[in-house]
Write a protein that binds this ligand. Structure first.
Ligand code: BTN
Length: 323
């Protein structure tokens, strides 16, 4: 309903729209219209109201409502349907449900905040309201589940490219799929897959990106290792504008992946990660391995030469770079 009222107000940007007309076109009472206008104001919309002439939209806040985003989108199919929420437990969980119920490839779930934002390895993703991006994209790639990790690598490359194009800064990918700026984490990816033995039904691509956080807003435990685009660029970031850039890169890289295969993705990922030969300490399922990174396998696993000379493949975990 918020979105429908905003669409009407935008149809005639400088003219007043009478309360009667809004109520007629949306088939709701005048009181309901008035209540909605009041609610929109609390969300940051500046709406002029005149008893004689009706309502007029003066200014919009940086909300991620479909009616705010759609005019900016340059994509062909990602984000054609956007499900917007002010609060959700997790956009990934919501997108998973929607996909189970038949949602199309390219549908996007966005929430202004998350109560239980899911991070990797069972952690929580810090998701305060109206500052950052928390989104999940539904993909239905025609491929077998063993290739699914390439989708994660693809999304990491797309996110890094979007950051670079938007800011001119140079992000790095840290295995498996953290995006770093200035050595600190700015974005994280969590993909969930629903499949049978040889066929993927869908993949939920979850991306959390810190945009307008100040350093003091981060919980103490992550303050020294996390950053935001505002901190790095020294100015407020338009969340809609960044979202537009991100969805465009995702569509571009996913199309490249589908047409040209995984080798192009792996190469782009390796260029961004520059992991070969680096000294690393890896924690994986309670085990700590110290050694040198040899490469990343075609399934996204880290290949490592341990200090003891052993060659190991690590499929999940965290790494710290060593000098
Ligand atoms: C990580 O631990 O680095 C991954 C974090 C992924 C967070 C995003 S926020 C949007 C989407 N919904 C979730 O519940 N998680 C992902």
């Amino acid at each position: 309903m918020d979105d429908e009222i905003l669409k009407l107000l935008r149809e005639s940007p400088s003219a007043f729209l009478s309360g009667e007309e809004v109520s007629r076109r949306l088939k709701v009472s005048r009181t309901a219209v008035w209540k909605r206008m009041k609610r929109l104001r609390t969300l940051g919309y500046e709406i002029e109201a005149s008893t004689r002439s009706g309502y007029r939209l003066i200014r919009s806040p940086d909300l991620l409502l479909p009616s705010e985003i759609k005019p900016l989108l340059k994509t062909k199919w990602i984000g054609k349907t956007v499900h917007h929420f002010h609060v959700l437990d997790s956009t990934n969980s919501k997108a998973y449900q929607l996909a189970l119920n038949g949602a199309d490839e390219g549908e996007v779930v966005i929430s202004e905040s998350q109560g239980k934002g899911k991070g990797r390895l069972g952690r929580q993703w810090f998701s305060p309201p109206y500052l950052n991006l928390y989104l999940s994209v539904i993909l239905r790639p025609k491929m077998s589940p063993h290739q699914a990790s390439l989708i994660t690598l693809m999304a990491a490359v797309a996110t890094a490219d979007a950051i670079q194009k938007f800011s001119g800064l140079l992000p790095l990918i840290k295995w498996p799929n953290d995006i770093l700026l200035g050595g600190r984490k700015i974005a994280g990816l969590l993909n969930e897959i629903h499949s049978e033995t040889d066929r993927i039904h869908f993949v939920i691509l979850g991306i959390g990106m810190n945009l307008n956080m100040d350093e003091k807003m981060f919980p103490e435990e992550i303050r020294t290792v996390a950053t935001s685009l505002k901190i790095e660029m020294g100015r407020m970031i338009s969340r809609k504008a960044f979202l537009q850039a991100l969805l465009q890169e995702l569509e571009k890289w996913y199309t490249i992946f589908m047409r040209q295969g995984g080798a192009v993705i792996l190469k782009a990922w390796r260029d961004r990660a520059q992991i070969k030969g680096r000294g690393v300490k890896v924690t994986s399922f309670g085990e700590t391995l110290v050694g040198r990174a040899i490469d990343v396998d075609s399934d996204g696993a880290l290949i490592l030469q341990t200090e003891g000379g052993e060659r190991r493949r690590v499929v999940a975990g965290d790494i710290v770079y060593k000098k």
